[in-house]
Design a protein around this ligand. Sequence first.
Ligand SMILES: [Zn+2]
Length: 109
Amino acid sequence: MQQDLLIVLMVIWLGISAGSVMLFQRGSDVQRKRKLWPGYTIFSNTVIAGFIIYMQPPLLMMIGLVTLLLPLTWLTIRSTKFCDSCGKASRSPFFMKPPTECSHCKKTL
Ligand SMILES: [Zn+2]
């Protein structure tokens, strides 16, 4: 049962990742990407929170994990920038301060 759920979680996660590539790595509509990014990040982390709750871990662990998702969501939104010249996403590693140059074309963000 728990293993089935893990597979479902992985499939949904793959779907979200594929959606991310389609929406944010392809195309050059930077304005649209910037507009969609916070909503997308909140949505994907809400899915994760839903699964944590569905798996019914001990209450304290559940509260801890879901609470942890809040700053994580904010940091993910903050640490991702979209490049004006090539339209690609640059993400700073380990949620450090936002990237200052595009990781694809090296233009200043
Ligand atoms: Zn660029």
